[in-house]
Design a protein around this ligand. Structure first.
Ligand code: TRP
Length: 335
């Protein structure tokens, strides 16, 4: 028997579009930092993405590749982290089916993130059943790997909560074979959109993507929300809810200078263009190496596909083992 001494991380994203700076601050950064300390598995959740994109499989397929490039370019290292494709692991679908008996319809309808998404997507009375139950599928993703830790953005907390409930119920009803996971949410509160809205989001059209060119980044920064009352350079300005300063806080390595600039801005005498120029430079320093790495991997799609293939194969050895235990616990090990 293989005894795992390292704790396990399972985390990932839906491949519905490219990843942005909000994803970086919210979870990618933690994944890169923790990958050498934990046995890390990164799920590209294509099945989950299909729960509200059933009519657009081409989009999901394309983004499986794009998101892999995002992962590799920020430094998720396939030598230590296992990146895999959800739909190629049938055990995850199987475990979802078992878990569905351990959760009620009213509990599914109470999940706050799902509720928000349903509103945002305007399903009205036509919520796809698969969409409503995707937290159960996510619980299966996490439980199949016996993950201890799940580094995710704050909006995913209700999913981990629901996973813990399901795992507890499973262990109590059958046998204690599954592990209760913990969420790891980044200390930096979530990054706002360039428009000043609380959340940066693909569907909100206010994101800076990891794959954006220098020109686009510069344009987006120049259009950033600052302090609408700060009209003349000599006016005092607000740094709270000023997106440029929030981004400087998140990405500028020179914290001392940022503090100095904040004071100057609050006093008056520092223009928006000046702080935006600084941010453009800071983001350029951060994104240039990521862009370069991305371009290298993009030139070699075969190597990327091989990484996914090997990752998926390795992931499956873990889930097969867990599912054998699950079936035994549920008295489904007939032969
Ligand atoms: N729900 C996550 C997202 O919206 C994706 C996801 C699917 C996930 N399964 C997971 C995240 C398991 C962490 C753990 O991007």
């Amino acid at each position: 028997m293989k005894i795992s001494i390292q704790k396990i991380i399972l985390t990932g994203d839906r491949p519905t579009g490219p990843l942005h700076l909000g994803h970086y601050v919210g979870s990618l950064k933690a994944r890169v930092e923790l990958q050498n300390k934990y046995d890390t598995y990164v799920i590209i959740a294509d099945l989950q993405a299909l729960t509200d994109n059933a009519d657009n499989p081409e989009k999901i397929r394309k983004n499986v590749f794009e998101i892999s490039l995002d992962y590799l370019s920020v430094g998720i290292d396939p030598k230590v982290s296992t990146i895999f494709i959800q739909s190629l692991i049938p055990e995850l679908a199987e475990l979802t089916m078992y878990f569905l008996n351990l959760v009620t319809l009213s509990r599914l309808e109470r999940n706050p993130t799902v509720k928000d998404e349903m509103k945002q997507k305007g399903f009205g009375g036509n919520v796809p059943a698969g969409f409503l139950m995707y937290p159960v599928s996510q619980a299966a993703d996490i439980a199949a790997f016996k993950a201890d830790l799940v580094p995710v953005g704050g909006d995913q907390l209700p999913m981990i909560e629901q996973t813990v409930e399901i795992v507890r119920k499973f262990n109590k009803t059958f046998k204690p074979v599954l592990v209760e996971p913990k969420a790891l949410v980044s200390k930096t509160s979530r990054l706002p959109g360039i428009d000043g809205k609380a959340k940066m989001g693909k569907s909100l059209g206010n994101a800076i993507y990891l794959s954006d060119s220098s020109d686009i980044v510069a344009k987006k920064v120049m259009a950033m929300y600052t302090d609408p009352k700060h009209i003349h350079v000599e006016n005092p300005g607000r740094v709270e809810n000023n997106v440029v300063f929030t981004f400087l806080d998140a990405f500028d390595p020179d914290k001392k200078t940022v503090e100095k600039l904040k004071k100057q801005y609050q006093k008056g005498g520092l223009g928006d263009v000046a702080i935006k120029k600084r941010l453009i430079e800071v983001l350029e320093n951060f994104l240039a190496p990521i862009r370069k790495k991305r371009a290298e991997f993009a030139k070699n799609p075969k190597a990327v596909i091989k990484i996914l293939e090997e990752g998926t194969k390795k992931a499956r050895t873990i889930t097969s083992q867990t599912l054998a235990e699950v079936r035994k616990a549920m008295k489904l090990d007939y032969f």
